[in-house]
Design a protein around this ligand. Structure first.
Ligand SMILES: Cc1cc2nc3c(=O)[nH]c(=O)nc-3n(C[C@H](O)[C@H](O)[C@H](O)COP(=O)(O)O)c2cc1C
Length: 172
C-alpha cells in the first residue's frame, strides 16, 4: 500500500559519492535496495521489499515521464532521466536515474535495475521548471489527453535543440 505522505518544501541534498541503487521484478516491485536508497527514501528494507517502486513517487513528477520510461524499458532500451522523489517524511530528493532491463538467457526481461547519481544543479533547475509546465498541462488537459500534450511539451524542448531526448538529458 502506498503511504499517504504530505510533500514538504524540504530537500535532502545528495553527497557527490552517493549512488542510490534498487532492483525490481518485471512488474516494478522492489527486490533490492542499497543502504543509500533506504537512507534517502527514509524506509527500512522490509518496508521496501515487494513494494511497487511508486512508493517514492513525488506528485510534482509528470505522468508523461514515467510513461516514456516504461515504453523505453519495454522496448529493451535503457532510460535516463531527472526524477524528483518523495521520502517517507515528506522531504524530496532529486536524482539523475539510469534504469536498465535485466534479461535472462532467452532474452526475456526478468526485472529492472536503477542507479541514480547526484544530478547536476543546472539540470535540476531546468527540469523543475519543465516538469511544472508539463504537470500544469496534464491537469488542464484532463486524464484522456494529459500524457500526449505533456509529452509534446517535452518533445518540443529537445527537438528545438535538434537532439534526441537521451542526448538532451545526458548533455545537461
Ligand atoms: C528499476 C525501477 C526504478 C524506478 N525508480 C523510480 C523512482 O525512483 N521514482 C519513481 O517515482 N518511480 C520510479 N520507478 C517507476 C515506478 O515504477 C512508477 O512507474 C512511477 O513511480 C509512476 O507511478 P504511478 O504509475 O503509480 O503514478 C521505477 C521503476 C523501475 C522499474
Amino acid at each position: 500500500m502506498k503511504p499517504n505522505i504530505t510533500p514538504l518544501a524540504r530537500e535532502r541534498v545528495r553527497r557527490d559519492e552517493d549512488f542510490i541503487v534498487s532492483k525490481t521484478d518485471a512488474k516494478g516491485r522492489i527486490t533490492y535496495s542499497n543502504r543509500i536508497f533506504m537512507e534517502f527514501a527514509g524506509y527500512a528494507e522490509h518496508e521496501l521489499l515487494g513494494v511497487q517502486h511508486n512508493i517514492v513517487r513525488h506528485p510534482d513528477m509528470p505522468r508523461a515521464v514515467f510513461k516514456m520510461m516504461w515504453e523505453t524499458l519495454q522496448s529493451g532500451r535503457e532510460f535516463f532521466g531527472y526524477v524528483k522523489n518523495l521520502a517517507s517524511d515528506g522531504s524530496y530528493y532529486w536524482t539523475f536515474a539510469n534504469v536498465t532491463p535485466t534479461r535472462d538467457e532467452q532474452g526475456k526481461t526478468i526485472g529492472y535495475y536503477s542507479v541514480r547519481r547526484k544530478p547536476r544543479a543546472d539540470g535540476v533547475r531546468f527540469f523543475t521548471e519543465l516538469y511544472a509546465d508539463m504537470l500544469a498541462t496534464e491537469r488542464e488537459a484532463g486524464p484522456r489527453s494529459a500524457i500526449d500534450v505533456s509529452r509534446r511539451l517535452l518533445q518540443d524542448t529537445y527537438q528545438n535543440q535538434g537532439t534526441s531526448y537521451e542526448e538532451f538529458v545526458l548533455a545537461l
